[in-house]
Design a protein around this ligand. Structure first.
Ligand code: ATP
Ligand code: MG
Length: 217
């Protein structure tokens, strides 16, 4: 039976932080995606290959079974919806938080208190919509694909919803974090059909990832 497995990863921190988990499962990725232009990378396991996709596309590849499993941030999974995905392990990698930030001169608390309608620029429209609805704050959401920090600086929006780790990008752009929405980390996502059909090959890798991720906590 063909038990070839495909793992979807994005370049950068997810790839870098998944490498030690793969090592713990006895798997080495033999090429560096930052150097190679290849989108399909072989590994030391002839039955496992890695495909390199955009971070926000990982759930899509796994949902359609083009990849059997992948690693995706909670931020990405919430926007995607997680349909058709089994999420067995919080890998405790690529940790950050999702926050509301405004220009340092903007009085967010009074604007909210006065019931003002706020313009919020973000890549995370689902999370932002739910967050402000739960608070009873009326917002006009503006969808962006990156550089959210620019929004309040050029008058596009009053606030942004973005990922923050050290806060240095916010500080460099004269923005302040005014609300913490949720903690973010990356999850292992598995195609539900693959889990049934390729369990023999997949389960030991899932178990090794789960065990190794306990050390990341
Ligand atoms: P793309 O570059 O394709 O637009 P992206 O910018 O979301 O996507 P990355 O910056 O590699 O891609 O982020 C991948 C994941 O890492 C995010 O989905 C999130 O879960 C997490 N992440 C993003 N920013 C940080 C950060 N500053 N610190 C820790 N983890 C982060
Ligand atoms: Mg990025």
């Amino acid at each position: 039976m063909n038990q070839m497995l495909t793992l979807a990863l994005s370049k950068g921190r997810i790839f870098d932080e998944t490498l030690p988990l793969l090592e713990a499962a006895g798997i080495h990725v033999t090429e560096d995606p930052e150097k190679s232009r290849k989108l399909i990378l072989p590994t030391s396991d002839p039955q496992l290959r890695v495909v390199i996709v955009r971070a926000s596309d990982v759930p899509t590849y796994v949902q359609y079974g083009a990849a059997d499993f992948g690693v995706a941030g909670k931020d990405v999974l919430l926007e995607h919806g997680g349909e058709g995905l089994y999420q067995p392990v919080d890998l405790q990698i690529a940790k950050c938080r999702m926050s509301v930030a405004v220009h340092s001169g903007f009085d967010y608390a009074s604007a909210v208190h006065q019931g003002a309608r706020l313009r919020v620029a973000t890549k995370y429209v689902q999370v932002a919509r739910e967050h402000f609805a739960a608070k009873g704050v009326h917002v006009d959401l503006i969808k962006l694909y990156g550089s959210m920090e620019l929004g309040p600086l050029v008058g596009l929006s009053d606030a942004i919803v973005d990922l923050v780790s050290t806060g240095s990008t916010l500080r460099a752009n004269n923005l302040v974090e005014v609300e913490h929405i949720m903690e973010i980390s990356s999850r292992l996502v598995v195609n539900q059909a693959a889990l049934k059909l390729k369990r023999e090959k997949l389960q030991p890798i899932i178990d090794a990832f789960a065990k190794a991720s306990l050390r990341e906590k």
